[in-house]
Design a protein around this ligand. Structure first.
Ligand SMILES: [Cu+2]
Length: 133
């Protein structure tokens, strides 16, 4: 019985090891479509110590097209075009990146996440969300 409990505990640990380590709930931010892209989504930010796991889930993204995504300083209406933190390209609506910045900094009200149409059409923004609580 003790062995079974230990095994169950190990399984539970494995199942939860991707969850926040110390109980801080993930932040969820909406991505609104821009320029009639039809792309909307959610950014999920989860603390990982001094880093943050940033995941994008985008609906309406074109299949098989790599869409660059970044954390930028500024707001969606007034974005500093120089990326502050690069994210993995959105492909088929998905992107996950471990960003080298704490969640508290990303959620400080000074940043936004945007998605670009494609690597060849970076200037067209297709979705944006402001990282504010
Ligand atoms: Cu960008």
């Amino acid at each position: 019985m003790r062995i079974h409990l230990a095994f169950a505990a190990a399984l539970a640990f494995a199942a939860t090891s991707l969850a926040p380590a110390f109980g801080a709930p993930p932040e969820k931010i909406g991505l609104m479509g821009l320029n009639n892209s039809g792309e909307v989504g959610i950014v999920t930010l989860t603390a990982r110590g001094n880093k943050t796991l940033v995941s994008l889930s985008v609906q309406g993204a074109p299949k098989g097209v790599a869409q660059p995504a970044h954390v930028h300083r500024g707001s969606c209406d007034n974005l500093n075009p120089v990326p502050a933190y690069p994210l993995q390209n959105v492909v088929n609506g998905r992107s996950t990146t471990l960003v080298n910045a704490p969640l508290s900094r990303l959620m400080s009200g000074h940043y936004a996440v945007n998605v670009h149409a494609s690597t060849k059409n970076l200037k067209r923004y297709v979705a944006c969300g402001e990282l504010v609580r």
